[in-house]
Design a protein around this ligand. Structure first.
Ligand SMILES: Cc1ncc(COP(=O)(O)O)c(C=O)c1O
Length: 477
Protein backbone atom coordinates (compact mmCIF):
# COMPACT_ATOMS: atom_id res chain seq x y z
CA UNK A 1 0.00 0.00 0.00
CA UNK A 2 1.39 3.41 -0.94
CA UNK A 3 1.65 6.31 1.46
CA UNK A 4 -1.31 8.09 -0.16
CA UNK A 5 -3.51 5.02 -0.09
CA UNK A 6 -2.87 4.63 3.59
CA UNK A 7 -4.26 8.07 4.48
CA UNK A 8 -7.08 7.09 6.74
CA UNK A 9 -10.32 8.71 7.52
CA UNK A 10 -9.19 9.28 11.06
CA UNK A 11 -7.34 12.22 9.52
CA UNK A 12 -10.61 13.79 8.39
CA UNK A 13 -12.43 16.21 10.64
CA UNK A 14 -14.97 14.95 13.13
CA UNK A 15 -16.81 18.22 13.45
CA UNK A 16 -18.69 18.18 10.19
CA UNK A 17 -16.57 20.57 8.15
CA UNK A 18 -16.82 19.15 4.63
CA UNK A 19 -14.00 21.29 3.26
CA UNK A 20 -11.52 19.94 5.80
CA UNK A 21 -12.56 16.39 4.95
CA UNK A 22 -12.24 17.10 1.25
CA UNK A 23 -8.82 18.70 1.80
CA UNK A 24 -7.41 15.49 3.26
CA UNK A 25 -8.48 13.49 0.23
CA UNK A 26 -7.48 16.26 -2.19
CA UNK A 27 -3.94 16.25 -0.77
CA UNK A 28 -3.70 12.54 -1.45
CA UNK A 29 -4.90 13.03 -5.04
CA UNK A 30 -2.29 15.73 -5.62
CA UNK A 31 0.52 13.68 -4.05
CA UNK A 32 -0.36 10.80 -6.35
CA UNK A 33 0.14 12.94 -9.45
CA UNK A 34 3.89 13.02 -8.95
CA UNK A 35 4.35 9.28 -8.32
CA UNK A 36 7.72 8.62 -10.00
CA UNK A 37 6.58 5.51 -11.86
CA UNK A 38 3.22 6.93 -12.92
CA UNK A 39 -0.14 5.51 -11.93
CA UNK A 40 -1.39 2.42 -13.74
CA UNK A 41 -5.08 2.96 -14.56
CA UNK A 42 -7.65 0.32 -13.66
CA UNK A 43 -9.17 -1.67 -16.48
CA UNK A 44 -12.97 -1.64 -16.71
CA UNK A 45 -13.07 -5.15 -15.24
CA UNK A 46 -10.78 -4.19 -12.35
CA UNK A 47 -12.85 -1.08 -11.62
CA UNK A 48 -16.07 -3.07 -11.52
CA UNK A 49 -14.51 -5.80 -9.38
CA UNK A 50 -12.69 -3.64 -6.86
CA UNK A 51 -14.51 -0.34 -6.46
CA UNK A 52 -17.65 0.26 -4.40
CA UNK A 53 -19.69 1.55 -7.35
CA UNK A 54 -23.10 0.06 -6.53
CA UNK A 55 -25.45 2.18 -4.41
CA UNK A 56 -26.79 0.03 -1.53
CA UNK A 57 -30.45 0.05 -0.61
CA UNK A 58 -29.60 0.64 3.03
CA UNK A 59 -27.32 3.64 3.59
CA UNK A 60 -23.83 2.90 4.87
CA UNK A 61 -23.55 6.09 6.93
CA UNK A 62 -21.33 9.12 6.49
CA UNK A 63 -17.97 7.70 7.47
CA UNK A 64 -18.23 4.67 5.21
CA UNK A 65 -19.64 6.80 2.37
CA UNK A 66 -16.65 9.13 2.63
CA UNK A 67 -14.31 6.16 2.62
CA UNK A 68 -15.98 4.82 -0.53
CA UNK A 69 -15.74 8.29 -2.04
CA UNK A 70 -12.03 8.34 -1.25
CA UNK A 71 -11.45 4.96 -2.84
CA UNK A 72 -13.22 5.95 -6.03
CA UNK A 73 -11.54 9.33 -6.45
CA UNK A 74 -8.12 7.83 -5.74
CA UNK A 75 -8.72 5.36 -8.56
CA UNK A 76 -9.78 8.10 -10.99
CA UNK A 77 -7.35 9.33 -13.65
CA UNK A 78 -5.93 12.76 -12.96
CA UNK A 79 -5.62 15.48 -15.57
CA UNK A 80 -2.78 17.29 -13.83
CA UNK A 81 0.88 16.50 -13.65
CA UNK A 82 3.74 15.67 -15.94
CA UNK A 83 2.13 12.62 -17.54
CA UNK A 84 -0.97 14.26 -18.99
CA UNK A 85 -0.92 15.59 -22.58
CA UNK A 86 -4.21 14.17 -23.71
CA UNK A 87 -6.87 16.86 -23.56
CA UNK A 88 -7.29 20.50 -24.41
CA UNK A 89 -7.39 21.14 -20.67
CA UNK A 90 -4.70 20.13 -18.19
CA UNK A 91 -3.12 21.21 -14.94
CA UNK A 92 -4.50 22.99 -11.95
CA UNK A 93 -4.40 26.70 -11.07
CA UNK A 94 -4.24 27.10 -7.31
CA UNK A 95 -6.41 30.20 -6.89
CA UNK A 96 -9.02 28.97 -9.36
CA UNK A 97 -9.24 25.66 -7.51
CA UNK A 98 -9.74 27.42 -4.18
CA UNK A 99 -12.52 29.51 -5.76
CA UNK A 100 -14.12 26.38 -7.21
CA UNK A 101 -14.23 24.73 -3.79
CA UNK A 102 -15.82 27.89 -2.36
CA UNK A 103 -18.34 27.88 -5.19
CA UNK A 104 -19.50 24.46 -4.02
CA UNK A 105 -19.67 25.67 -0.43
CA UNK A 106 -21.68 28.77 -1.35
CA UNK A 107 -23.88 26.79 -3.76
CA UNK A 108 -25.42 29.79 -5.52
CA UNK A 109 -27.69 29.60 -8.48
CA UNK A 110 -26.80 32.31 -10.92
CA UNK A 111 -30.22 33.46 -11.95
CA UNK A 112 -31.14 36.34 -9.71
CA UNK A 113 -29.50 39.11 -7.74
CA UNK A 114 -31.54 37.94 -4.75
CA UNK A 115 -29.71 34.58 -4.66
CA UNK A 116 -26.39 35.42 -6.31
CA UNK A 117 -25.78 38.88 -4.84
CA UNK A 118 -22.33 40.21 -5.74
CA UNK A 119 -21.61 37.03 -7.70
CA UNK A 120 -23.76 38.57 -10.44
CA UNK A 121 -21.32 41.51 -10.51
CA UNK A 122 -18.35 39.11 -10.62
CA UNK A 123 -19.93 37.34 -13.56
CA UNK A 124 -20.61 40.59 -15.37
CA UNK A 125 -17.03 41.79 -14.78
CA UNK A 126 -15.59 38.60 -16.29
CA UNK A 127 -17.97 38.65 -19.26
CA UNK A 128 -17.28 42.31 -20.00
CA UNK A 129 -13.53 41.69 -19.90
CA UNK A 130 -13.93 38.81 -22.34
CA UNK A 131 -16.19 40.86 -24.62
CA UNK A 132 -13.59 43.63 -24.69
CA UNK A 133 -10.81 41.14 -25.51
CA UNK A 134 -12.92 39.79 -28.38
CA UNK A 135 -13.48 43.29 -29.77
CA UNK A 136 -17.18 42.96 -28.93
CA UNK A 137 -17.47 45.48 -26.05
CA UNK A 138 -21.10 46.33 -25.40
CA UNK A 139 -22.29 42.99 -26.81
CA UNK A 140 -24.19 40.28 -24.98
CA UNK A 141 -22.56 37.41 -23.10
CA UNK A 142 -23.32 34.45 -20.93
CA UNK A 143 -21.78 31.41 -19.31
CA UNK A 144 -22.81 27.97 -20.58
CA UNK A 145 -21.93 24.41 -19.50
CA UNK A 146 -19.16 24.07 -22.13
CA UNK A 147 -17.99 24.97 -25.61
CA UNK A 148 -20.49 22.67 -27.32
CA UNK A 149 -23.29 24.49 -25.52
CA UNK A 150 -21.82 27.92 -26.25
CA UNK A 151 -21.81 26.92 -29.91
CA UNK A 152 -25.42 25.78 -29.56
CA UNK A 153 -26.50 29.07 -27.95
CA UNK A 154 -24.78 31.07 -30.68
CA UNK A 155 -26.22 28.90 -33.45
CA UNK A 156 -29.73 29.28 -32.00
CA UNK A 157 -29.36 33.04 -31.86
CA UNK A 158 -27.92 33.03 -35.39
CA UNK A 159 -30.84 30.96 -36.67
CA UNK A 160 -33.39 33.25 -34.99
CA UNK A 161 -31.71 36.40 -36.29
CA UNK A 162 -31.48 34.99 -39.82
CA UNK A 163 -35.02 33.54 -39.78
CA UNK A 164 -36.88 35.94 -37.48
CA UNK A 165 -40.07 33.93 -36.96
CA UNK A 166 -38.23 30.89 -35.67
CA UNK A 167 -38.53 31.61 -31.98
CA UNK A 168 -42.28 32.11 -32.04
CA UNK A 169 -43.42 29.91 -34.88
CA UNK A 170 -40.72 27.28 -35.30
CA UNK A 171 -38.27 26.70 -38.12
CA UNK A 172 -38.43 24.63 -41.27
CA UNK A 173 -34.82 23.50 -41.49
CA UNK A 174 -35.10 21.63 -44.78
CA UNK A 175 -32.80 23.09 -47.39
CA UNK A 176 -31.02 25.39 -44.93
CA UNK A 177 -27.24 25.07 -45.03
CA UNK A 178 -24.42 25.67 -42.55
CA UNK A 179 -20.75 26.01 -43.54
CA UNK A 180 -17.82 24.94 -41.38
CA UNK A 181 -14.38 23.62 -42.14
CA UNK A 182 -13.84 19.90 -42.50
CA UNK A 183 -11.76 20.22 -39.30
CA UNK A 184 -14.53 21.80 -37.18
CA UNK A 185 -15.58 20.37 -33.83
CA UNK A 186 -18.25 17.66 -33.88
CA UNK A 187 -20.59 19.86 -31.82
CA UNK A 188 -21.35 21.86 -34.97
CA UNK A 189 -23.04 18.90 -36.63
CA UNK A 190 -24.73 17.88 -33.39
CA UNK A 191 -26.02 21.42 -32.86
CA UNK A 192 -27.19 21.66 -36.48
CA UNK A 193 -29.58 18.84 -35.60
CA UNK A 194 -30.62 20.56 -32.37
CA UNK A 195 -31.45 23.88 -34.04
CA UNK A 196 -33.64 22.03 -36.53
CA UNK A 197 -31.45 22.36 -39.62
CA UNK A 198 -30.40 18.71 -39.52
CA UNK A 199 -26.93 17.20 -39.48
CA UNK A 200 -26.79 17.01 -43.25
CA UNK A 201 -27.13 20.78 -43.47
CA UNK A 202 -23.46 21.09 -42.46
CA UNK A 203 -21.23 21.55 -45.50
CA UNK A 204 -17.61 20.61 -44.80
CA UNK A 205 -15.43 23.26 -46.43
CA UNK A 206 -11.92 22.31 -47.55
CA UNK A 207 -8.80 23.39 -45.68
CA UNK A 208 -5.21 24.31 -46.60
CA UNK A 209 -2.07 22.39 -45.63
CA UNK A 210 -2.24 23.83 -42.10
CA UNK A 211 -5.89 22.94 -41.60
CA UNK A 212 -7.37 26.43 -42.15
CA UNK A 213 -10.64 26.91 -43.99
CA UNK A 214 -10.23 27.98 -47.60
CA UNK A 215 -12.42 31.11 -48.07
CA UNK A 216 -12.62 30.57 -51.82
CA UNK A 217 -13.91 27.05 -51.35
CA UNK A 218 -16.41 28.52 -48.88
CA UNK A 219 -17.67 31.09 -51.38
CA UNK A 220 -17.91 28.42 -54.08
CA UNK A 221 -19.87 26.06 -51.82
CA UNK A 222 -22.36 28.81 -50.95
CA UNK A 223 -22.78 29.82 -54.60
CA UNK A 224 -23.30 26.18 -55.63
CA UNK A 225 -25.92 25.66 -52.93
CA UNK A 226 -27.78 28.82 -53.91
CA UNK A 227 -27.85 27.66 -57.53
CA UNK A 228 -29.32 24.36 -56.30
CA UNK A 229 -32.13 26.27 -54.56
CA UNK A 230 -30.82 25.78 -51.03
CA UNK A 231 -30.91 28.49 -48.34
CA UNK A 232 -27.53 29.28 -46.76
CA UNK A 233 -27.98 30.16 -43.09
CA UNK A 234 -24.68 30.62 -41.29
CA UNK A 235 -20.92 30.13 -41.37
CA UNK A 236 -18.90 28.73 -38.49
CA UNK A 237 -15.21 29.58 -38.43
CA UNK A 238 -12.94 27.81 -35.95
CA UNK A 239 -10.16 29.48 -33.98
CA UNK A 240 -8.06 26.58 -32.81
CA UNK A 241 -9.30 23.34 -34.38
CA UNK A 242 -9.40 20.36 -32.10
CA UNK A 243 -6.79 18.15 -33.74
CA UNK A 244 -4.56 20.51 -35.73
CA UNK A 245 -4.98 23.73 -33.70
CA UNK A 246 -5.66 25.67 -36.92
CA UNK A 247 -7.11 29.18 -37.00
CA UNK A 248 -9.48 29.87 -39.88
CA UNK A 249 -8.89 33.27 -41.58
CA UNK A 250 -11.75 35.18 -39.97
CA UNK A 251 -11.29 38.41 -41.93
CA UNK A 252 -11.61 36.72 -45.32
CA UNK A 253 -14.50 34.57 -44.05
CA UNK A 254 -16.23 37.69 -42.69
CA UNK A 255 -16.02 39.22 -46.19
CA UNK A 256 -17.91 36.22 -47.54
CA UNK A 257 -20.45 36.33 -44.69
CA UNK A 258 -21.10 40.01 -45.25
CA UNK A 259 -21.42 39.67 -49.02
CA UNK A 260 -23.80 36.73 -48.64
CA UNK A 261 -25.77 38.15 -45.70
CA UNK A 262 -25.01 35.16 -43.44
CA UNK A 263 -24.50 34.86 -39.70
CA UNK A 264 -20.86 34.34 -38.75
CA UNK A 265 -20.06 32.42 -35.59
CA UNK A 266 -16.47 31.82 -34.48
CA UNK A 267 -15.80 28.72 -32.40
CA UNK A 268 -12.83 29.81 -30.29
CA UNK A 269 -13.52 27.25 -27.56
CA UNK A 270 -9.93 26.17 -27.76
CA UNK A 271 -7.98 29.02 -29.39
CA UNK A 272 -9.89 31.97 -27.91
CA UNK A 273 -7.24 32.28 -25.22
CA UNK A 274 -4.81 33.57 -27.89
CA UNK A 275 -6.69 36.84 -27.33
CA UNK A 276 -4.84 37.18 -24.02
CA UNK A 277 -1.54 37.54 -25.87
CA UNK A 278 -0.34 40.68 -27.69
CA UNK A 279 1.12 38.74 -30.65
CA UNK A 280 -0.88 35.54 -30.84
CA UNK A 281 -4.14 37.48 -30.77
CA UNK A 282 -3.50 38.23 -34.45
CA UNK A 283 -4.50 34.60 -35.12
CA UNK A 284 -8.07 35.85 -34.58
CA UNK A 285 -7.78 38.95 -36.75
CA UNK A 286 -11.25 40.02 -37.89
CA UNK A 287 -13.06 38.54 -34.88
CA UNK A 288 -14.68 41.91 -34.14
CA UNK A 289 -16.60 41.46 -37.41
CA UNK A 290 -18.12 38.13 -36.34
CA UNK A 291 -21.65 37.96 -34.94
CA UNK A 292 -20.95 35.51 -32.14
CA UNK A 293 -18.04 33.80 -30.43
CA UNK A 294 -17.37 30.80 -28.19
CA UNK A 295 -14.49 30.85 -25.72
CA UNK A 296 -13.69 28.15 -23.15
CA UNK A 297 -11.73 29.34 -20.14
CA UNK A 298 -11.55 25.73 -18.95
CA UNK A 299 -9.18 24.92 -21.77
CA UNK A 300 -6.12 27.14 -22.13
CA UNK A 301 -6.98 29.59 -19.33
CA UNK A 302 -6.74 26.81 -16.79
CA UNK A 303 -10.09 27.29 -15.02
CA UNK A 304 -11.56 24.03 -13.65
CA UNK A 305 -14.27 22.53 -15.86
CA UNK A 306 -16.65 23.88 -16.88
CA UNK A 307 -16.01 27.51 -17.71
CA UNK A 308 -17.23 28.53 -21.14
CA UNK A 309 -18.76 31.70 -22.52
CA UNK A 310 -20.83 32.60 -25.55
CA UNK A 311 -20.53 36.20 -26.74
CA UNK A 312 -22.37 38.27 -29.34
CA UNK A 313 -21.29 41.50 -30.98
CA UNK A 314 -24.76 43.06 -30.80
CA UNK A 315 -26.14 43.91 -27.35
CA UNK A 316 -29.05 42.12 -25.73
CA UNK A 317 -29.28 39.17 -28.15
CA UNK A 318 -29.28 36.37 -25.60
CA UNK A 319 -31.91 38.17 -23.55
CA UNK A 320 -34.03 38.72 -26.66
CA UNK A 321 -33.83 35.08 -27.73
CA UNK A 322 -33.81 33.21 -24.41
CA UNK A 323 -35.78 35.35 -21.94
CA UNK A 324 -39.01 33.98 -20.53
CA UNK A 325 -41.19 35.55 -17.90
CA UNK A 326 -41.18 33.65 -14.65
CA UNK A 327 -43.01 35.77 -12.15
CA UNK A 328 -42.14 33.42 -9.30
CA UNK A 329 -38.43 33.91 -9.97
CA UNK A 330 -37.40 37.15 -11.67
CA UNK A 331 -39.02 39.38 -9.13
CA UNK A 332 -36.82 42.44 -8.80
CA UNK A 333 -37.17 44.61 -11.87
CA UNK A 334 -33.75 45.97 -12.61
CA UNK A 335 -34.88 47.43 -15.94
CA UNK A 336 -33.31 46.86 -19.34
CA UNK A 337 -29.94 48.37 -18.41
CA UNK A 338 -29.57 46.16 -15.38
CA UNK A 339 -30.80 42.87 -16.83
CA UNK A 340 -27.30 41.62 -16.06
CA UNK A 341 -28.25 41.55 -12.39
CA UNK A 342 -30.86 38.88 -13.04
CA UNK A 343 -28.63 36.89 -15.38
CA UNK A 344 -31.13 34.05 -15.61
CA UNK A 345 -33.05 36.25 -18.04
CA UNK A 346 -30.34 35.73 -20.68
CA UNK A 347 -29.48 32.09 -20.11
CA UNK A 348 -30.14 28.68 -21.67
CA UNK A 349 -30.53 27.37 -18.13
CA UNK A 350 -32.66 28.01 -15.05
CA UNK A 351 -30.66 26.71 -12.08
CA UNK A 352 -27.06 27.43 -13.00
CA UNK A 353 -23.78 26.92 -11.18
CA UNK A 354 -21.37 29.77 -10.69
CA UNK A 355 -18.61 29.33 -13.26
CA UNK A 356 -17.37 32.90 -13.12
CA UNK A 357 -15.83 33.00 -9.65
CA UNK A 358 -12.90 30.66 -10.39
CA UNK A 359 -11.94 32.54 -13.53
CA UNK A 360 -12.32 35.91 -11.84
CA UNK A 361 -10.15 34.75 -8.94
CA UNK A 362 -7.40 33.43 -11.22
CA UNK A 363 -7.54 36.57 -13.36
CA UNK A 364 -7.15 38.64 -10.19
CA UNK A 365 -4.03 36.66 -9.36
CA UNK A 366 -2.44 36.73 -12.81
CA UNK A 367 -3.80 39.91 -14.35
CA UNK A 368 -3.75 40.37 -18.11
CA UNK A 369 0.05 40.22 -18.10
CA UNK A 370 0.14 36.95 -16.20
CA UNK A 371 -2.26 35.39 -18.66
CA UNK A 372 -0.08 36.56 -21.57
CA UNK A 373 2.93 34.94 -19.88
CA UNK A 374 0.93 31.77 -19.40
CA UNK A 375 0.25 31.64 -23.15
CA UNK A 376 3.94 32.33 -23.82
CA UNK A 377 4.85 29.34 -21.73
CA UNK A 378 2.29 27.05 -23.41
CA UNK A 379 3.60 28.05 -26.85
CA UNK A 380 7.25 27.70 -25.75
CA UNK A 381 6.57 24.14 -24.59
CA UNK A 382 4.97 23.33 -27.96
CA UNK A 383 7.96 24.78 -29.81
CA UNK A 384 10.32 22.67 -27.76
CA UNK A 385 8.20 19.61 -28.58
CA UNK A 386 8.42 20.44 -32.29
CA UNK A 387 12.21 20.74 -31.95
CA UNK A 388 12.42 17.36 -30.22
CA UNK A 389 10.43 15.71 -33.01
CA UNK A 390 12.45 17.44 -35.74
CA UNK A 391 15.80 16.55 -34.23
CA UNK A 392 15.05 12.85 -33.97
CA UNK A 393 14.78 10.86 -37.17
CA UNK A 394 12.68 8.22 -35.42
CA UNK A 395 9.80 10.73 -35.55
CA UNK A 396 8.15 12.82 -38.25
CA UNK A 397 6.11 15.99 -37.79
CA UNK A 398 2.70 16.04 -39.51
CA UNK A 399 2.72 19.81 -40.14
CA UNK A 400 4.16 23.02 -38.72
CA UNK A 401 1.78 23.96 -35.86
CA UNK A 402 0.54 27.51 -35.36
CA UNK A 403 -0.74 26.68 -31.89
CA UNK A 404 0.13 24.14 -29.20
CA UNK A 405 -0.92 20.95 -31.02
CA UNK A 406 2.13 18.94 -31.95
CA UNK A 407 1.06 16.17 -34.32
CA UNK A 408 3.60 13.54 -35.32
CA UNK A 409 4.27 9.86 -35.94
CA UNK A 410 6.93 7.50 -34.76
CA UNK A 411 8.06 6.37 -38.18
CA UNK A 412 6.68 2.95 -39.11
CA UNK A 413 5.08 2.32 -35.69
CA UNK A 414 1.39 2.13 -34.86
CA UNK A 415 0.23 5.45 -33.40
CA UNK A 416 -2.77 3.85 -31.75
CA UNK A 417 -0.73 1.12 -30.12
CA UNK A 418 1.82 3.58 -28.77
CA UNK A 419 -0.86 5.78 -27.17
CA UNK A 420 -2.77 2.81 -25.76
CA UNK A 421 0.35 1.22 -24.27
CA UNK A 422 1.53 4.50 -22.74
CA UNK A 423 -1.83 4.75 -21.03
CA UNK A 424 -2.16 1.20 -19.81
CA UNK A 425 1.37 1.24 -18.42
CA UNK A 426 0.52 4.47 -16.55
CA UNK A 427 3.40 6.31 -18.19
CA UNK A 428 1.67 8.98 -20.29
CA UNK A 429 -1.75 10.03 -21.44
CA UNK A 430 -1.48 11.38 -24.95
CA UNK A 431 -4.12 11.29 -27.66
CA UNK A 432 -4.23 10.58 -31.35
CA UNK A 433 -6.25 11.87 -34.28
CA UNK A 434 -6.36 11.83 -38.04
CA UNK A 435 -4.54 14.45 -40.11
CA UNK A 436 -4.90 14.26 -43.88
CA UNK A 437 -5.64 10.55 -43.81
CA UNK A 438 -2.88 9.54 -41.39
CA UNK A 439 -3.27 8.57 -37.74
CA UNK A 440 -0.95 10.82 -35.74
CA UNK A 441 -0.05 11.35 -32.11
CA UNK A 442 -1.50 14.67 -30.93
CA UNK A 443 0.50 16.02 -28.05
CA UNK A 444 -0.83 19.28 -26.58
CA UNK A 445 1.06 21.52 -24.18
CA UNK A 446 -1.74 23.02 -22.13
CA UNK A 447 -0.25 22.95 -18.63
CA UNK A 448 2.20 25.88 -18.43
CA UNK A 449 3.71 24.64 -15.17
CA UNK A 450 5.44 21.73 -16.90
CA UNK A 451 9.18 22.08 -17.20
CA UNK A 452 11.16 21.48 -20.37
CA UNK A 453 12.82 18.48 -18.78
CA UNK A 454 9.42 16.98 -17.91
CA UNK A 455 8.45 17.43 -21.55
CA UNK A 456 11.69 15.80 -22.69
CA UNK A 457 11.06 12.92 -20.31
CA UNK A 458 7.58 12.46 -21.85
CA UNK A 459 9.23 11.93 -25.24
CA UNK A 460 11.68 9.44 -23.71
CA UNK A 461 8.71 7.48 -22.33
CA UNK A 462 6.99 7.65 -25.69
CA UNK A 463 9.99 6.45 -27.69
CA UNK A 464 10.67 3.70 -25.20
CA UNK A 465 7.15 2.32 -25.57
CA UNK A 466 7.25 2.82 -29.36
CA UNK A 467 10.13 0.34 -29.60
CA UNK A 468 7.74 -2.48 -28.73
CA UNK A 469 4.81 -1.20 -30.83
CA UNK A 470 3.60 -3.04 -33.92
CA UNK A 471 4.73 -1.80 -37.31
CA UNK A 472 2.19 0.33 -39.17
CA UNK A 473 2.07 2.91 -41.94
CA UNK A 474 -0.69 4.73 -39.95
CA UNK A 475 -2.70 5.35 -43.11
CA UNK A 476 -6.41 5.44 -42.31
CA UNK A 477 -8.18 3.31 -44.87
C1 LIG B 1 -12.85 23.65 -31.39
C2 LIG B 1 -13.70 23.12 -30.28
N1 LIG B 1 -14.95 23.57 -30.14
C3 LIG B 1 -15.77 23.13 -29.18
C4 LIG B 1 -15.35 22.18 -28.29
C5 LIG B 1 -16.28 21.67 -27.25
O1 LIG B 1 -15.96 22.17 -26.01
P1 LIG B 1 -16.52 21.49 -24.68
O2 LIG B 1 -15.72 20.25 -24.51
O3 LIG B 1 -16.27 22.53 -23.65
O4 LIG B 1 -17.97 21.22 -24.90
C6 LIG B 1 -14.03 21.68 -28.37
C7 LIG B 1 -13.56 20.66 -27.44
O5 LIG B 1 -12.48 20.16 -27.52
C8 LIG B 1 -13.20 22.17 -29.40
O6 LIG B 1 -11.94 21.70 -29.56
Amino acid sequence: MTRTESISLSATSDHGNPVEDAAVIASAIIARESAPDGVVPLSVEQAIATLPIAIPERGVGEAEAIERLRRVVMATPTTSGERFFNQLFAGRERVATIAEVLTAVLNQSMYTWKVAGPQALIEREVLERMLARAGMAGGDAMFTPGGSMSNLAAMLVGRNEMRPDSRELGFDGRGQTIYASSECHYSIRKNAAMIGAGRESVRPVGVDAEGRMDPEALAAAIAGDRRAGLKPLMIIATSGTTVMGAFDPIDAIADVARREGLWLHVDGAYGGTALMHHEHRSLLRGLERADSFTWDAHKMMGAPLTCSVALTREPDLFRRHFDETASYLFQQDFGADHGWLNPGTRSLQCGRRNDALKLWAQWQALGDDGYAERVDRQVALARRAVEIVRDDDRMSLAFEPSWVNVCFEVVGKSTEMICDELNTQGRLKVGHGVVFGRRVIRLVTIDPTLTMSQLEHAFEELLDVARGAAPSDNIVR
